[in-house]
Design a protein around this ligand. Structure first.
Ligand SMILES: [Mg+2]
Length: 116
């Protein structure tokens, strides 16, 4: 996420060559929601995006970098959490939001899990 020049951005972490190579092999990203993209209270009211989170997701979408957002919240649907994140200014479509329940459902749908 550098600008048009290669000027260092204050606070930006510049990975070394080995890490850049490994990151180049990544096919997609899973972000934790709370504490990574946003900060909120215990019931996710008043979520505030963390600095750079919105810009990062916009940058990723613009380049076709796959990502999903995960929360361990089980009291709401993925669509609800995605709506809350969009209201906070983050580009998170419903289908890119995951919860433990939606992950379990996808796993079962795909035939995952142990058959005993
Ligand atoms: Mg967290």
């Amino acid at each position: 996420m550098t600008g048009p020049s290669s000027e260092p951005v204050p606070g930006q972490v510049r990975p070394g060559a080995a890490l850049r190579e490994r990151l180049g092999e990544v096919r997609g990203w899973i972000f934790d929601m709370d504490g990574t993209l946003v900060l909120g209270d215990r019931v996710n009211h008043g979520l505030a995006p963390l600095p750079g989170a919105a810009e990062m997701l916009t940058w990723m979408r613009g380049r076709g970098v796959p990502y999903v957002v995960f929360t361990n919240g089980t009291n709401r649907t993925p669509a609800h959490f995605a709506r809350v994140l969009r209201a906070a200014g983050l580009d998170v479509p419903d289908e890119q939001m995951m919860t433990p329940a939606s992950s379990a459902a996808r796993s079962c749908w795909r035939g995952g899990g142990s058959s005993g």
